[in-house]
Unconditional design. Structure first.
Length: 208
């Protein structure tokens, strides 16, 4: 069962601005879209670290609809990342044989991390990753980096319990699950960056 967190008070305010057909779902996606606004994140960066976000209702109907439509598309994209289309411009090498993932890392270029190439295992690489994909961040870290950190073999020093990211793929007969997931997250990140770039600008002295 779905439950919304939009109060009737906010709904009445929104309907007064945007018309009686405005629904709580429209407001929800407006908020999700607005939270991705670069203008908003930059303007209130210090506040967002210390407190819950405060989202203004834009006075302009077109601006509201643009944020709501973008928010709907972003939400659909982000909640279905595991089944998203893979990034087709990537160059994958070494994946035609079986391999085990230990620690996922970037390739090196003169001792510096080359984020255009991810090494999953010896001889297994994803190349031609757009640096722009790293612009999609969650809590200050790119979605790609979150995935690289979470899907690697680790052993808890206290309990000695291991976390083997390969186990799920083997169990479900999807040996390339992590590789495919990385390609999907790269594609989701790129699409997110493109959608965010199209969001309306907002004048916070008079958000309209």
């Amino acid at each position: 069962m779905r439950h919304d967190a939009i109060s009737d008070f906010v709904l009445k305010q929104a309907q007064a601005l945007y018309g009686p057909k405005c629904a709580k779902e429209d407001i929800f996606y407006y908020i999700y879209g607005f939270l991705h606004s670069k203008d908003y994140r930059h303007r209130f960066a210090a506040d967002l670290v210390k407190m819950l976000p405060r989202i203004p209702l834009c006075e302009n109907v077109k601006t509201f609809k643009s944020f709501s439509a973008a928010g709907r598309e972003l939400a659909l994209l982000h909640t279905n990342y595991e089944t998203a289309e893979k990034w087709t411009d990537a160059i994958v090498s070494g994946a035609d044989t079986s391999f085990t993932i230990g620690k996922i890392r970037w390739a090196k270029n003169n001792s510096e991390d080359d984020k255009r190439t991810i090494v999953l295992a010896p001889g297994v690489r994803i190349e031609n990753i757009p640096l722009q994909a790293y612009e999609y961040s969650i809590n200050g870290k790119s979605a790609i980096e979150w995935l690289m950190e979470r899907y690697q073999y680790t052993v808890n020093q206290d309990s000695q319990i291991s976390n083997n990211p390969n186990a799920w793929g083997i169990e479900h007969n999807q040996p390339h699950y992590i590789l495919d997931l990385l390609l999907r997250v790269i594609a989701v990140s790129m699409k997110t960056v493109q959608l965010v770039a199209k969001l309306p600008e907002v004048d916070f002295s008079n958000p309209s």
